[in-house]
Ligand binder design. Structure first.
Ligand code: ADP
Ligand code: MG
Length: 727
């Protein structure tokens, strides 16, 4: 097996699957080895139906007593299982005819899933199941890994692929023997342990369960408390500290295997930074003079004054743009700090100098929103804007591309996919990238490689506040401008912590507020390994809220809602035609609906602080006083309490990030890793902060050795660069 070969050489991967896998950054066989599980499930033991406990996940068997399709508001398949004196209802929202037939009465089934409901009426939504023949297969002997997945990629496929590849792990050269001298496992051992830990792996003392792992549980049964995660639920096992010089003693929650791999990845990123430090984009950029007429005209029309921070950032950018060397600048600013206007100032400079501008956003939703806002500001100045959408009629799109090629159109707005067409500009002077999330070194390298001949200036915007100390090492190759000032006159969002036992009061509050014309969001928890369960949480929450609030117009958006429908729903919400929008965290990124001034976030204790802060930033954008309710499941652990309190007290993203650094909740300081556009494969800026320094020192040792350096960069960043994974 050639570890560098494309994934299509594996059994079970056709072009379709390959495309989905590529979206996870998985292109080559060795990428699979580095795609680590999020967590593990224990399927090594069977639980009798009568002994199932709500709020826990279990492996169980039973005989189908009845199967029926019910047509309510939503069509679903209900399968009743029986065994001895126990029974359980299986509920499916997505199913086909064959599945229904396979679950006929009398069939024996083995399944795994999360149990909800009261004894006697317990149920399991979308279990992972198999039909049993005469001789049931043996039970698993190892824990079942749950991989980060996306868009219709099944866990089964990922597990199968990793299973095919893992035996070859030893052929991946271990180029960091230093780490073995530190008492850490070698590469192959670490990979095996990370993918397939033995079943008796004890749950770590004091480790937290993963932040956002399971769907809404039943109201009446408390979830496992933080100090007692479900057995074998996670591989971040704490071990006795190994004293060493290079590697600090471990923070709880990571196994030596994971630390070994994280160190290697961080080291690879450091090496990439070292290789490219001071190595600004090659080539010449157009030297752009400050806009002398357009920008003052726009400013004169604004109903507000620029903040000092905005003025400073604009000045810094202008200095860069006036040089013949390509700008490479990161604009960091908390949600609502007014980054867009700064970008517009830069865009006007380029346009007035006779150049074109490309404005990119990570999602179609955001790109559309940007297009709308930019048009309102720029069209009065006579600037023609091209909106490049994914679902545009071909004729329209071709016409726009022709206008970009001729230079008739000066500003193009679209998603990162727009990058493929960059060559089609006549005179591109500036590329603006609204990232909203993290912007990793590999993503920057991918952009850098686009330059041929004259290189456009680059402005990257991010809303993830990063403590300065951290930013210095992470963005060593970028100049930075920071918007650390909020526009005045905003009423801060009032944040309340409320136990989910008081859910009824919260619903009553929504009824009253929406009656007075307020619009509200209800955010459902993220389920990072299953878009089916996540969608189901949003669907059933919307259903329950509709029942409780019959007078309100309630809609829902989630990852399974088709693009067109999602756009329509968002437009309707923006137009005030929806009172309450039930959503998954898809609304986290930059959605701007000023009239929305109330937000409820369910299971807030499971989300990252930064993610919560981003979500909360969706309200408090209009004139109305806004509120954010963080619903949590009691009892709240001490760490969770401190974290949520910090969020309640502060609305400053940088401050919150600092608090997060101090508390250092494993894996969740700067948000969780599921947004799909994170900087690392396995490392986490929050959890792995303490390894950063060791990784830097390791990189310094390795750097003189070009061969090792290249191997590591290629292994960890290579395919992402190749893929141009910028969003
Ligand atoms: P973000 O930094 O989160 O991208 P935006 O650029 O979307 O923020 O700005 C948020 C809102 O604040 C927008 O409605 C924008 O018009 C407004 N805004 C920008 N600058 C100022 C300012 N100096 N004073 C008041 N409002 C401003
Ligand atoms: Mg923005």
């Amino acid at each position: 097996m050639d570890l560098d070969a494309p994934l299509t050489t594996l059994k079970g991967v056709g072009p379709k699957q390959a495309e989905k896998l590529a979206r996870l950054g998985l292109l080559r066989i060795h990428d699979l080895l580095l795609h680590l599980p999020l967590r593990f499930e224990d399927r090594t033991r069977l639980t009798p139906l009568a002994a199932l406990r709500s709020g826990t996940a279990a492996l169980f068997e039973g005989t189908v007593a009845s199967t029926e399709v019910v047509h309510g508001r939503r069509r679903m398949l209900l399968v009743r299982l029986e065994q001895d004196h126990g029974q359980l209802l299986l509920r499916f929202f997505h199913f086909g005819a064959t599945q229904r037939q396979a679950l006929a009465t009398g069939t024996r089934v083995r399944a795994f899933g999360e149990i909800r409901g009261l004894p006697g009426t317990q149920e399991c939504v979308h279990p992972d199941y198999r039909v049993l023949r005469e001789v049931p297969p043996p039970l698993d002997t190892v824990l079942t890994p749950i991989y980060p997945a996306a868009d219709g990629l099944s866990q089964r496929l990922l597990r199968d692929l990793v299973g095919q590849v893992l035996p070859e792990a030893a052929r991946l050269p271990d180029v960091l023997p230093e780490l073995q001298r530190e008492g850490l496992p070698d590469l192959a051992t670490a990979l095996h342990a990370a993918h397939q830990p033995p079943a008796d792996t004890a749950p770590p003392a004091g480790a937290r369960p993963p932040t956002t792992q399971s769907p809404a549980q039943h109201e009446l049964i408390p979830p496992p408390t933080e100090s007692a995660p479900p057995a074998g639920a996670h591989f971040h096992t704490a071990q006795a500290p190994a004293q060493s010089e290079l590697v600090p003693s471990p923070a709880p929650g990571r196994s030596p295997a994971l630390r070994r791999l994280v160190l290697e990845e961080l080291c690879a990123h450091q090496l990439a930074l070292m290789l490219h430090a001071g190595d600004r984009p090659q080539g010449k950029a157009p030297a752009l003079r400050p806009a002398e007429s357009l920008w003052p005209r726009l400013v004169a029309e604004l109903p507000f004054r620029l903040t000092g921070a905005q003025e400073r950032a604009i000045t810094e950018i202008r200095v860069d743009l006036a040089r013949a060397q390509p700008m490479n600048r990161l604009l960091q600013g908390d949600v609502g700090s007014g980054k867009t206007l700064v970008a517009v100032a830069a865009a006007l400079t380029a346009i007035e100098a006779g150049y074109q501008v490309a404005f990119m956003a990570p999602t179609e939703l955001l790109a559309r929103q940007h297009a709308r806002n930019l048009a309102a500001w720029l069209e009065p100045l006579g600037i023609r804007l091209a909106w490049l959408g994914g679902r545009q009629p071909k004729g329209e799109r071709d016409a726009l591309l022709a206008d970009l090629a001729s230079g008739a159109c000066t500003l193009a707005v679209g998603t990162h996919a727009l990058f493929q067409d960059l060559v089609g500009f006549r005179r591109l002077g500036l590329a603006i990238i609204d990232e909203q999330h993290r912007f990793g070194v590999h993503q920057r390298m991918a952009l850098r490689d686009k330059g041929k001949g004259t290189v456009p200036h680059q402005l990257i915007m991010t809303a993830t506040p990063i403590p300065r100390t951290l930013a210095m090492s992470l963005y060593a190759d970028l100049d930075q401008s920071i918007l650390d000032e909020r526009p005045p006159g905003r009423t801060p969002v009032r944040t309340a912590l409320i136990s989910s036992e008081r859910r009824d009061e919260v619903i009553e509050r929504i009824r009253v507020a929406c009656g007075e014309g307020v619009q509200a969001y209800w955010v459902c928890p993220l389920v990072e390994d299953s878009d089916v369960l996540e969608a189901e949480a949003a669907e059933s929450t919307a259903e329950r809220l509709r029942a409780a609030l019959p007078d309100l117009r309630i809609e829902r958006v989630h990852g399974r809602v088709k693009g067109v429908e999602r756009d329509q729903t968002m437009d309707a919400f923006r137009n005030g035609d929806i009172d309450l929008l039930v959503a998954t965290t898809v609304i986290e990124v930059g959605v701007d609906v000023p009239n929305a001034s109330l937000m409820i976030i369910e299971n807030a204790e499971r989300m990252g602080l930064s993610q919560l802060h981003q979500l909360r930033g969706r309200v408090g954008r209009g004139h109305r006083a806004s509120a954010c309710v963080l619903l949590y499941r009691a009892p709240l652990g001490e760490v969770a309490q401190t974290r949520l309190e910090a969020l309640r007290r502060s609305d400053n993203g940088f401050e919150i990030a600092e608090v997060d650094l101090q508390i250092r909740g494993p894996g969740e300081m700067l948000g969780t890793r599921q947004t799909g556009d994170h900087a690392y494969r396995i490392a986490d800026w929050g959890r792995d902060q303490d390894l950063m320094e060791a990784a830097t020192r390791l990189a310094q040792t390795v750097f003189p050795d070009r061969q090792r350096t290249q191997t590591l960069i290629r292994r960890w960043l290579g395919t992402a660069v190749e893929y141009g994974n910028v969003g």
